[in-house]
Design a protein. Structure first.
Length: 200
């Protein structure tokens, strides 16, 4: 049985931290896993910037409330869920993701959680499991699923390469260049066609 494992940010919805960077005028918050493959390092960097500027969960959630899925993402996801099982596997946090999942029709989401202080500041973050994207794919394979993974960043390469099939979507030119063996697509129509071509 097939199961498609999709990334969230950059694939189905805009990058939350980039949107927040634009909202706050803090360019340093534009860094994502496309730029920094070490997620722990990236998150500590982000939390330091939030503390420096006195920003917390409330301000980020206010920005998230204004974010819509990428054009065509909801329709793509609806069509894909009609023909196969789908899980969204993301490094984001439950406190960020829920409003976006509602706009996407509440697909199954595996992600992480934030540690929020009483004053609303983000004190820390809890990863569900180390290397969650690859670990989830391997766990699904261990119970009989053929995984097909889609992502855009360094953090997605493990799960993409581990599965029966994998695709890059709206990735950077550098990641595409460094991984020529992985088919890369830019539109939901192209990606849907590729997925239909490999689904059993």
């Amino acid at each position: 049985m097939d199961i498609v494992c999709l990334d969230m940010e950059g694939v189905l919805v805009p990058e939350i931290w980039i949107a927040f960077s634009e909202e706050t005028g803090i360019p340093e918050l534009r860094r994502t896993t496309r730029d920094e493959p070490d997620y722990n390092k990236l998150m500590h960097y982000r939390l330091d910037i939030l503390r420096e500027h006195g920003l917390g969960l409330k301000e980020i959630q206010e920005t998230i409330a204004k974010i819509d899925p990428l054009p065509g993402a909801r329709e793509f996801l609806d069509e894909l869920r009609d023909i196969t099982q789908v899980i969204v596997i993301s490094d984001t946090f439950t406190q960020f993701a829920h409003p976006l999942m509602v706009k996407l029709g509440l697909p199954t989401l595996f992600c992480n959680s934030l540690v929020v202080a009483e004053d609303g500041s983000i004190a820390d973050f809890k990863m569900r499991i180390e290397g969650a994207k690859l670990a989830t794919v391997k766990a699904l394979q261990s119970i009989g699923f053929n995984t097909i993974a889609v992502g855009d960043s360094f953090k997605d390469l493990g799960k993409i390469k581990a599965g029966r099939h994998g695709f890059l979507f709206k990735s950077t030119q550098q990641i595409i260049k460094d991984n020529p063996e992985i088919p890369a697509y830019e539109t939901f129509e192209e990606l849907m066609s590729a997925l239909k071509g490999v689904l059993e």
